[in-house]
Design a protein around this ligand. Structure first.
Ligand code: ATP
Ligand code: MG
Length: 412
């Protein structure tokens, strides 16, 4: 194991949780993506904590009011520190004993041999590292003594060199959990990392297994992608690697068409605007943007032309919003919100000025207006005309300064 002494600027509340666990005699570290992001000079999305304390012991340290045990497949504790939420998980072993038993009894007969279906036997810090996915995601940081523990011995170097390397045998690791292939390519899209050759070979061979992953986990990954400011890059990288046809077959089927290009331009514009702090990221906006090319195609319209505002489109919109991201089931709330945006979008873009007052009162107005702005930027290179007609209506849940300017790469 390699150790590095470094003073990383971690959240005060995460520090507090780690130090209270340590004061109670447990090992505790900040782990995973947060340490990777700090070493890359980025602001972490969240701080995950790993500890030797069992979920019940964690609850014992912070009390029932501040610590709630959640999860079935993977039990962990939600700890609230000064109102901020953190995930605290107990060190795990690589899962095998329980699973081998289930396989012997034929309970998992239809699943690929190594697919992991439960992940709940506790272990040591070192064991916990070996069950993680990539070396760059497996660093443990003790903020109390400012020490980074790099058990794989590749983690820090791989972050510095931008390399995605599976921990252990990549073929086996992808077979155990095919979602890891998606996660590998997310690192490529997000950080411009390259995949180490053995890991890359395994990825090409095992890619089709993505269809065996639990649908709920794939939908969750898709939600995270749509929430992120890298969605256009994610789709491009997934396509370049050949993963898109398994993950989002409808988008893959039309890849290269003017409609998909227009959709990627819109997503890129949306992502820049979120990154520049124009408004908070909204999955519904991304979802609505993804559905637009499919609606245009259904109405025989060219990319960027949208559809007739007087057309009765509600049933078709609902069908297209679900179909564009098939086979994944997005949360109903998000789907409905995207549908409502699309229902009023053409009225804004084609200037239904007589209904201006009514439209501006519509709950979906802020989101539909935002897509109108993006649409104008992409199709007309300027949104000032549109914005003059449709003013910004501030809404606490929507607007916000969100400055984490890492989204600098231009779409070619
Ligand atoms: P993000 O910035 O997107 O949150 P992350 O790496 O923190 O990135 P999480 O989904 O929050 O991603 O996972 C936290 C950590 O858990 C990862 O860094 C990794 O060490 C481990 N992990 C997550 N998913 C898997 C998986 N499918 N297989 C093995 N380890 C995983
Ligand atoms: Mg994370």
């Amino acid at each position: 194991m390699k150790k590095t002494q470094l003073n990383l600027s971690v959240s005060r509340n995460a520090y507090e949780i780690v130090s209270q666990l340590q004061d109670n005699g447990y090992e505790a570290y900040i782990v995973g993506g947060a340490i990777r992001d700090l070493l890359l000079g980025r602001t972490p999305k969240d701080f995950d904590i790993s500890t030797s304390a069992t979920p019940e012991e964690v609850r014992g340290v912070f009390g029932r009011r501040h610590a709630r045990i959640i999860g079935k497949r993977f039990r962990l504790v939600h700890v609230y520190m000064n109102g901020e939420l953190f995930e605290v998980s107990t060190f795990r072993q690589a899962p095998d004993a329980e699973e081998q038993e289930n396989r012997k009894q034929g309970k998992l007969a239809d699943l690929p041999e190594h697919l992991i279906v439960s992940d709940n036997s506790f272990g040591s810090a070192e064991e916990d590292v070996w069950r993680r996915d990539f070396t760059v995601n497996a660093l443990f940081y003790n903020p109390v003594n400012c020490e980074i523990l790099d058990y794989t011995e590749y983690g820090v170097d791989d972050i510095n060199n931008g390399i995605v390397r599976a921990i252990g045998n990549p073929t086996l690791r992808f077979e155990e959990d095919p979602v890891r292939m998606l996660r590998a390519l997310k690192l490529v899209a997000q950080y411009d990392f390259t995949v180490e050759s053995e890991t890359e070979n395994a990825l090409f061979q095992q890619m089709h297994l993505i269809q065996c992953a639990a649908p709920s986990r794939l939908s969750l990954e898709l939600e995270k992608i749509l929430q992120s400011i890298y969605s256009d890059r994610h789709f491009e990288v997934f396509h370049d690697y050949g993963l898109l046809k398994y993950f989002l077959p409808e988008i893959d089927a039309h890849w290269g068409s003017g409609h998909i290009e227009y959709m990627l331009d819109m997503l890129y514009e949306r992502n820049c605007r979120v990154d520049e702090g124009e408004y908070r990221s909204s999955i519904s906006i991304a979802l609505a943007i993804i559905a637009i090319p499919f609606l245009e195609r259904a109405y025989g319209r060219e990319p960027g032309q949208l559809w007739d505002k007087d057309q009765d489109t509600n049933d078709l919109i609902s069908e297209v919003v679900s179909g564009a991201t098939a086979p994944h089931n997005m949360m109903v709330r998000m789907r409905m919100s995207a549908e409502k945006i699309l229902q009023i979008l053409p009225e804004l873009v084609f200037g239904a000025v007589s209904k201006r007052h009514q439209l501006m009162q519509n709950r979906s107005y802020p989101h539909a207006r935002e897509i109108g702005v993006i649409h104008s930027c992409v199709t007309r290179k300027s949104s000032s005309e549109f914005e003059a007609v449709w003013p910004f209506r501030s809404e606490a849940a929507f607007s916000g300064r969100n400055r984490n300017s890492s989204h600098k790469k231009k779409r070619q």
